[in-house]
Design a protein around this ligand. Structure first.
Ligand code: ZN
Length: 275
């Protein structure tokens, strides 16, 4: 297998979210020779869309994704409509930035609900309601299945198989984001990646720590955990995925507490040695 291509490394801004603004992250990528960036919408709003776009252009970066849209299920019609309206704004922002895709997280159960099948139906309806807008903007939507531990509160789409069933049902303009943190445990991972084929729109990197001390905010740096990342890279590259690889690490007790330039150096080193 070839070495990881340094020109495909992308910084998901969540990796340095406590240390840096979007502007600092853009400058940091340029300083460290990282050619891609994936902003989150809260940081984008702080910076301002036009200003972010200009800074990204000035520094010669490309945008691997905008994080994130989705979160479709709601307790009532007004809530569902609000989610769709917000997703349309996210599509417009992603298109304005020239992002390769908008990442969609399904959303979990509405407050008080125990109806996970109903929540999943709402996700399907929500994505269906966005597709025309996304196609018109030429902006691919990447459904990112999340690990099942988030089914209640973040995403009730938990496997590549489920995400691909949605793609099959809803048609063009949709694909998947493969995040090693969310899919590494799946006994059907190889089959899912093969089934995804050209619909792989994003590839996200971090590691699964043992023990994991927080369900959300204890992701590891590549090489520090138990995920065989090169094996998963081999699977996505076998499907001719040649797009960016986003390093996305939420780490409240470790990487978010370190000097951000040290984090960037480590990201580059580990991308080369452990992915
Ligand atoms: Zn991800």
């Amino acid at each position: 297998m070839s070495a990881p291509d340094p020109t495909l490394l992308s910084l998901n801004v969540a990796t340095v979210r406590t240390q840096w603004s979007l502007e600092q992250a853009i400058e940091g990528c340029a300083r460290h020779g990282i050619g891609w960036i994936a902003p989150w919408r809260d940081k984008l709003a702080e910076c301002g869309l036009a200003r972010a776009k200009a800074l990204i252009k000035t520094h010669g970066l490309k945008v691997s994704s905008l994080c994130r849209g989705g979160m479709f299920p709601a307790a009532d019609d007004a809530g569902r409509r609000a989610a769709i309206d917000d997703n349309k704004r996210a599509i417009d922002e992603a298109a304005e930035l020239g992002a390769a895709c908008l990442v969609l997280i399904a959303g979990g159960l509405p407050k008080g609900s125990k109806d996970i099948a109903g929540a999943r139906a709402q996700v399907k309806d929500g994505i269906a309601a966005l597709l025309e807008h996304a196609r018109a903007a030429r902006l691919p939507l990447a459904i990112e299945p999340l690990h099942p531990m988030y089914a209640a509160d973040r995403a009730c789409v938990n496997t590549l198989e489920h995400a691909l069933d949605l793609c099959d049902a809803l048609g063009a303009g949709l694909g998947v984001a493969v995040d090693v943190y969310h899919v590494w445990w799946d006994p059907d991972l190889a089959a899912g990646i093969e089934r995804a084929g050209k619909r792989i729109l994003g590839f996200h990197l971090c590691d699964w720590l043992v023990p994991t001390t927080d369900l959300l905010l204890d992701r590891g740096m590549m090489g520090d955990g138990v995920i065989d990342i090169p094996a998963i890279r081999r699977m996505v590259e076998a499907q001719f995925y040649a797009g960016p690889r986003e390093v996305e690490i939420f780490s409240q007790n470790n990487w978010w507490k370190r000097d951000a330039d040290e984090v960037m150096r480590t990201v580059k080193d580990r991308y080369a040695s452990a992915t």
